[in-house]
Design a protein. Sequence first.
Length: 128
Amino acid sequence: MRMLHTMLRVGDMQRAVDFYTKVLGMKLLRTTDRPEQKYSLAFVGYDDEARAAVLELTYNYGVDRYDLGNAFGHIAIGVPDVAAACDRVRKGGGKVTREPGPVKGGTSVIAFVEDPDGYKIEFIERRA
């Protein structure tokens, strides 16, 4: 078994795709539009779906906002430089909710940002 994807409901498909591709550097892997069922999908990720888990962005026609609740935590992404990743998010119109710094009680450098729909993303510094 292996993880295939995580689905996130988004309020504006183009805005979400732009954030994940232009700001976070993911690739748009494939899209599907189902007008009869009133939804669209976009799969984004850093590698092909056959080799890595990806995100499935789902837009339900006519729904521009979701209550995120309190059960979902965050998506984690390894980056070579957390501060530079946060700068890209700021320049791309995103929101940094926890500035880069060591994790509480540890030495790993992390930061938290939010995508345009409010989903939290943790950056974890992974230097080569």
